[in-house]
Design a protein around this ligand. Sequence first.
Ligand SMILES: O=C(O)C1=C[C@@H](OP(=O)(O)O)[C@@H](O)[C@H](O)C1
Ligand SMILES: C=C(OP(=O)(O)O)C(=O)O
Length: 416
Amino acid sequence: MIVSLPHAPEGVHGRVVVPGSKSETNRALVMAALGDGPSHISGALASRDSALMIDALRALGVGVDDLGGGRLIVTPGPVTGGATIDCGLAGTVMRFVPPLALLADGPVRFVGDPHASERPMAGLLDGLRQLGAGVDADRLPFTVTPPEQLRGGDVTIDSSASSQFVSGLLLVGARLPGGLTVRHAGDTLPSRPHIAMTTTMLADRGVRARELDERTWRVDEGPVRALDSQVEPDLTNASVFLAAAAVAGGRVSVPGWPATTTQPGALFLDVARRMGCEVETADGVVTLGRGEALRGIDVDLHAASELTPVVAALAAVAEGGTTIRGVGHIRGHETDRIAALATELTRAGIAVEERPDGLRITGGTPSPSVFETYADHRMVHFAALLGLVAAGSSVTDMECVSKTMPDFPDLWSALA
Ligand SMILES: O=C(O)C1=C[C@@H](OP(=O)(O)O)[C@@H](O)[C@H](O)C1
Ligand SMILES: C=C(OP(=O)(O)O)C(=O)O
């Protein structure tokens, strides 16, 4: 269904309380499921991806009580086989749950949305096979048959298509006899902060988990301690609201910004400053104002590729050219985001060159458009940003924002 996007000729002004991090919520759930007792999670994201994770864990025998208001109680149990798990389009479900099947007492089947079968899985499934599991395909849908004898040891995988392969294996490592060493054998490795998020959150739960060198991670065998934890706001989603002030003018604040974080979304503040925005942080509140003029930059988003759609929207209205590089692997995200962004920028009359590892965008004045969304929440964010300055724009589907932020339409209308 086509949905109109707000136009903000007077700029945007407001304070946005951003929901919890998808990446932290789904890690906290998996770690709690492996814990040595019940864990409480506060500030948890309520969205399609977290609901899919909760359903997956329940299907494996884990108790999850939703107390409302972002509070969850997770009660671990023996991991049971026999279930079919719906991964939707959630990378964190399709890459973090199959390793739990190593611990199950029977095969576990994994299915997903139509486009989920296009998302890379081979590196992870290769790792599971090296640990003795049977896996009957290299993409969704597939069935994981646990090994007769659970074992840990060393696995070497190509994680260049997604950092989530390394994270998924590390998440289960403490429960494997002898622990687990994961080596990355491919060329490049995206989203390293997300691997640091995995090891840091494991360490918070008493697990000895660390990076040995830039291609090798190690998790020792041991208990995953139950923990009462607080999920940070999702800083990649926060960047969409901050970026609204950069695109339309005005000032936007986001409270609850953590002083230190492993979320790569935090890198948005540096990108925005480089593009000429004024960014202030005081008492955990980040405020962004556009400054004199937005200017194009050359930026490598390898560590924070989730930010590409937002940075592409800024580039579309900036003075001069912007080169986004280092994000070739986002062709395997919810959609081929490089191709999708090139198509939608062209639709809005913005000059763009699609490159193997990114985009070269020449800023201009976006024309009103009906933007395609490709079932991709971040393509809606991109379109919504352009809609602020291209009066009368719309998107072909708004529903897909439920993947990480079901409240996006309300939060956005309140701002614009
Ligand atoms: O581990 C995680 O929570 C994530 C890792 C990244 O995946 P890739 O390494 O596939 O980019 C990121 O883009 C995704 O949104 C979330
Ligand atoms: C790539 C993303 O998600 P996923 O966790 O499904 O990989 C994303 O949210 O930008």
